[in-house]
Design a protein. Structure first.
Ligand code: CTP
Length: 242
């Protein structure tokens, strides 16, 4: 409308100014961001599961950073000890199959999807509903048959529409960039956040040194906090939105 003398500026503009004065932006206002985080638990029986040491920190930092920038955020989290970030829709899951179901319902509406979860690649083929007992169930406990889990990121990469941005992670001990390039292609991601895990780092750490690998090449980031890495990932993803 017309802003006469003594009129207040549009509240949105005031908020925008205040945030930019605080060094923050609302670049993701009106955008939907989907994040996966944490490990998955793949049941062997009623009391045992296969998993990995992922803590979910990176994914939770991503969800918080996207929220701060004004996005509508859905965080699909495996079993982790972290609290729900304020203002974020959190869907808690246990298994890869549950994560896939939650992601497939949120992905079609998302503008940016970041797959930070450490999904178990395999699950026991025949989990037992009861607790298996050593001795009596020696057979079942000493040889657990596994089957492949669906690749959630690859499924979304395949279903991706024009304008949707898909970001994957890769943890590698060898040939970091080559392996990340291969994942970029096979999963149809826009870029891969590649972690060098050769020196026993990353899982549970507060800091992370990563390389962004895209079809345009690679971009090496310094060792930074996971919060800073999360902001850098969103900055990079925003470039693909345009
Ligand atoms: N990912 C996924 N669903 C899976 C497996 C992985 O969404 N079932 C995603 C992860 O969230 C991550 C990326 O894919 O973004 C990691 O790729 P992945 O193939 O799991 O890497 P590795 O397990 O290291 O694979 P490889 O053994 O081929 O190196």
């Amino acid at each position: 409308g017309d802003v006469g003398r003594g009129r207040l500026a549009d509240p949105g503009a005031i908020v925008e100014r205040a945030l930019s004065a605080l060094g923050r932006t609302r670049d993701l206002e009106g955008r939907r961001v989907l994040v996966t985080a944490g490990p998955t638990h793949e049941p062997v029986d009623a009391v045992r599961f296969l998993s990995n040491p992922s803590t979910g920190k990176m994914g939770f930092e991503l969800a918080c950073a996207a929220r701060k920038q004004g996005a509508d955020v859905t965080l699909v989290a495996g079993p982790v000890a972290l609290e729900n970030p304020a203002g974020v829709e959190v869907v808690r899951v246990n298994t890869a199959l549950e994560m896939e179901r939650a992601v497939s319902s949120a992905f079609p509406q998302s503008d940016i999807a970041v797959f930070a979860a450490a999904v178990s690649d395999y699950r026991p083929a025949n989990p037992s509903a009861r607790k298996l007992k050593k001795g009596a169930d020696d057979e079942a406990l000493s040889r657990i048959d596994l089957v492949r889990n669906p690749d959630i990121l690859a499924g979304c990469g395949k279903a991706k529409r024009a304008g949707q941005v898909v970001v994957g992670f890769a943890a590698e001990t060898d040939d970091l960039v080559e392996n990340a390039q291969a994942k970029l292609a096979s999963k149809n991601a826009d870029f891969i956040v590649a972690n060098d895990v050769s020196r026993g780092r990353v899982f549970g750490a507060d800091e992370n040194e990563v390389v962004f690998v895209s079809r345009a090449g690679e971009k090496r980031l310094p060792l930074e906090s996971k919060r800073q890495v999360a902001e850098a990932i969103l900055d990079e993803a925003k470039k693909f939105l345009k």
